[in-house]
Design a protein around this ligand. Structure first.
Ligand code: ZN
Length: 215
């Protein structure tokens, strides 16, 4: 079984357990599948309404995580609004004891400081990780998980170096919004970590199940 920790494609693929990311209309009745629900910093125009829906949907057992949520220094959404809405979601995740899936653009220390202040003891996943070791090291030291996607397909990138050096228990794989099968990401991850695809399949399954509390 392959595990896709974060995807925007709702279609289910045979042999893949995936967490579909839902950015709005959280109360959509088709909750038969695993979901993450969260308010993305790009889309906060109607956040009061969204917050109400989010609070209602989040306790559902098939909602495996809160997110993607986070901070983004490149978007037009006002910074104060981003931090307020992100903090609320961190506290929601903490109160439900569900993991967080983080969207972060040029705001790693700010995200880390909000997590620190909130004193979170829940798993934290930085999704779509595409930075180098300088950004990865402090996150890994705090025990946060890095989730890698299509950036790995640029084989000699800084991101590939990060995956090479990430401890076994602190990585996940994802497709996000890339039109790439998750199997291709696994294959690439195996090459980068100089191991077999079977070993990656076993490790990611173990990490996914432990982090999201599913069997
Ligand atoms: Zn995404």
């Amino acid at each position: 079984m392959y595990y896709d920790a974060h995807t925007h494609y709702m279609a289910q693929t045979e042999g893949v357990t995936q967490i579909n990311n839902v950015l709005a209309n959280y109360t959509n009745p088709s909750f038969a599948l695993y979901r993450s629900v969260g308010m993305h910093p790009w889309h906060l125009d109607d956040w009061h309404n969204q917050w109400h829906q989010l609070e209602t949907a989040a306790p559902h057992p098939n909602v495996l995580a809160i997110g993607e949520c986070g901070l983004d220094k490149v978007t037009h959404t006002p910074w104060a609004l981003q931090t307020e809405v992100f903090t609320k979601q961190v506290l929601l995740a903490q109160s439900l004891q569900k993991p967080l899936i983080i969207h972060c653009v040029r705001a790693y220390s700010e995200v880390a400081s909000i997590l620190q202040k909130a004193g979170v003891h829940i798993p934290v996943v930085f999704h779509g990780f595409s930075k180098g070791m300088n950004v990865a090291t402090p996150l890994l030291q705090k025990g946060y998980t890095l989730s890698f996607g299509a950036h790995l397909l640029h084989k000699n990138s800084n991101t590939a170096m990060v995956l090479q050096q990430t401890p076994d228990e602190l990585f996940l794989l994802e497709t996000d919004d890339a039109d790439v099968p998750i199997q291709m990401i696994y294959k690439q991850a195996a090459e980068i970590r100089k191991t077999t695809e079977d070993a990656i399949i076993l490790q990611v399954a173990k990490n996914f199940k432990k982090l999201f509390g599913v069997s």
